[in-house]
Ligand binder design. Structure first.
Ligand code: ZN
Length: 493
């Protein structure tokens, strides 16, 4: 019976890979006018993929097979299928399709609304997306808080109770750090970051850095897109994009390092699991922990830049010859409250996430209404980040996530940074990380992460991985301590 089920799984995998490849192509190489036709093909393939998993035969096999009779590998895949099946099955097919159509449309409307700075134009779509999610939560059920059901889609087992504590602790730690930084900014010159840097040379440097960190061009590709992202087909085909700005040398480099972290995770999934339902990173937050570990813990450290910086200076002598490595390192760590999440520094970033978290929670417990969002956004930005937007394009309309129906996703970004800090502490017990980084050697670090995280794919949850690696449950204190130490280093005590 397993063989019968496996045929469906292999077809599903083939369709999924085709979908990802087309979606990747739309974002990177496809000519602009191809999008209408290719979108239709994507829609068709998606319905086909859905029908391959959700049908009476698969349901019958899921009931007939006893996972206790399966070998360990097959049992792990079976469990994942049963979990995904249960979630999809309770939502009527028509409603699922209607939601896909709604969010496809909503993303276009959102893009236009943002451009025109017109929240009212987007509001009815957002109302409907929230209403649909509420209906879906009704089908799926929830424990303690309706938002928990949405959180679970991105971080299995994550709850409002855990996040409330987490964000309270983060906020208490960060507010004084931001004050220290803002005072210190009078002595921190970062103007050279925004000089003019030839984009071709930036691209060349970024490609070098990715390989330096362990990215393998025989199994990976780097292209460009407006918003950098990572996609994977399997562990021999992982693709990332970066984005270079002529007037910002750190943006492209740090984006490349971030996506390289995501890529290393997918490249490190064991052959046993790749191209199966469990053959990818286990959760959004664990994925973000890897990208943020490489971007922030490694890529924004002085040890990282000491051996590399002369190479960057040689490439851009006019802009950087007179800038010492310490000044460059301070500049890429500058903390400054700002309006746009994706441009925020490492310290104020989680405050931007907190604004979104509070709003999402309020939308689903009924304490916040969609129509009030622009106002609520301004109030919360002022309260948490200390600045408020004068228009909605720089406020509530800045992120694509809600238009695509992604509620419960944002907390993963902040959790990822916190996981990264905790696993860094675990890694530092067995490795001399700083020394390795200063030597430009990433073999031991990558091997450690592969051994404890990457190889398992989805066969272990983030919670299980973290506890096994760190010997304790998720503890946000590592994160707040890491940020305190960073600010003390960059700004002096
Ligand atoms: Zn990321």
């Amino acid at each position: 019976m397993w063989n019968q089920l496996n045929e469906y799984l292999e077809k599903y995998n083939a369709l999924t890979q085709a979908i990802k490849l087309l979606a990747w192509d739309i974002e990177t190489e496809a000519p602009k006018d191809s999008i209408d036709n290719t979108s239709k093909i994507l829609g068709l393939l998606s319905s086909e993929a859905y029908a391959t998993l959700i049908n009476p035969e698969v349901e019958h096999l899921l009931e007939a097979i006893n996972p206790a009779d399966l070998p360990a590998r097959e049992a792990a895949i079976f469990h994942e299928l049963r979990k995904q099946y249960k979630k999809l099955k309770v939502i009527p097919k028509q409603e699922y399709q209607a939601f896909t159509e709604l969010t496809t449309k909503a993303q276009h409307v959102w893009a236009e609304a943002r451009q025109k700075n017109d929240f009212a134009m987007f509001a009815p779509y957002l109302e409907e997306i929230v209403a649909t999610h509420k209906r879906f939560i009704g089908y799926l059920g929830y424990t303690d808080h309706p938002y928990n059901t949405l959180l679970d889609d991105y971080e299995e087992g994550m709850t409002v109770a855990v996040l409330d504590d987490f964000f309270a602790e983060v906020k208490a730690a960060i507010v004084p750090l931001v004050e220290t930084a803002v005072k210190g900014n009078e002595q921190l010159d970062d103007s050279f970051i925004f000089a003019s840097y030839d984009v071709d040379k930036q691209r060349q440097f970024s490609r070098f850095i990715a390989e330096y960190l362990g990215f393998d061009y025989a199994r990976g590709v780097i292209k460009e897109s407006a918003h950098p992202f990572t996609e994977h087909m399997h562990n021999k085909d992982v693709r990332i994009t970066s984005s270079y700005l002529e007037n910002n040398i750190s943006s492209g480099i740090l984006s490349t390092i971030h996506e390289t972290g995501h890529a290393l995770y997918e490249l490190g999934v064991a052959d046993t699991w790749t191209a199966t339902l469990v053959g990818e990173g286990t959760s959004m937050a664990m994925h973000e922990s890897q990208s943020r570990f490489y971007e922030n813990v490694i890529g924004r450290s002085l040890a990282f830049w000491q051996p590399l910086y002369p190479r960057l200076q040689a490439m851009f002598p006019e802009q950087l010859a007179d800038v010492p490595v310490e000044a460059f390192w301070r500049a890429i760590n500058k903390v400054q409250p700002s309006l746009i999440r994706t441009e925020a520094d490492e310290v104020t970033y989680p405050l931007h996430i907190m604004v979104r978290y509070e709003i999402e929670k309020g939308l689903f417990d009924g304490s916040i209404a969609v129509k009030d969002l622009p106002q609520v956004w301004r109030e919360k930005m002022l309260e948490y980040v200390g600045v408020a937007p004068s228009n909605d394009a720089e406020g509530v309309l800045q992120d694509i996530h809600w238009s695509g129906g992604s509620f419960g996703y944002f907390p993963s970004y902040a959790l990822g940074s916190a996981y990264a800090a905790q696993l860094t502490a675990a890694l530092d017990k067995v490795l001399d990380r700083e020394d390795d980084v200063a030597q430009g050697t990433f073999k031991a670090i990558n091997a450690y992460l592969t051994e404890h995280i990457y190889q398992y794919g989805k066969t272990k949850t983030a919670k299980q991985l973290l506890e096994a690696m760190c010997g304790e449950a998720f503890n946000p204190q590592y994160y707040t301590e890491y940020l305190r130490a960073k600010i003390a280093d960059v700004y002096g005590k």
